[in-house]
Design a protein around this ligand. Sequence first.
Ligand code: AMP
Length: 143
Amino acid sequence: MSAYQKMLVAIDLTEEAPQVLEKAKAVCSAHGAELVLVHVVEPVGYAYGGDIPMDLTELQDQLDKAAREELGKYGDQYGVAKDQQIVTVGRPESEIHRLAKEHNADLVIVGSHGRKGFQLLLGSTANGVLHGTECDVLAVRIH
Ligand code: AMP
């Protein structure tokens, strides 16, 4: 097996995120690979189904800002360069597919499930990532 060179780890910023990051860091160091750290903020409009005629821009900006700060803390703690810490808005699995391609990642790392999918063997995001990503995918078992 040839070594991985560029890994993309996606975290949901829940209390399970460190488990995913610990494993990503270990695999990354073992391969001497670069690490890109990603979080996707879901558009607030999704939560309201677009039914409420309200300007949600400010709320969305606040969520983005909070996510950037939180991701920055994890990035610093796990030694990920600032320019490799990415926060984007959209559907998590689609954005992870897009970013994996854009960054030429050869391994995508996600948790087996986050808070949403605890009863599942593989959460819905993890499943979506697995099905649309062209490179290898590692699902870190969340305990
Ligand atoms: P889920 O399938 O939603 O239970 O989440 C499984 C894993 O997908 C999480 O442990 C993360 O690695 C990843 N993930 C879920 N949501 C996001 C998100 N919004 N941004 C980045 N990664 C995510």
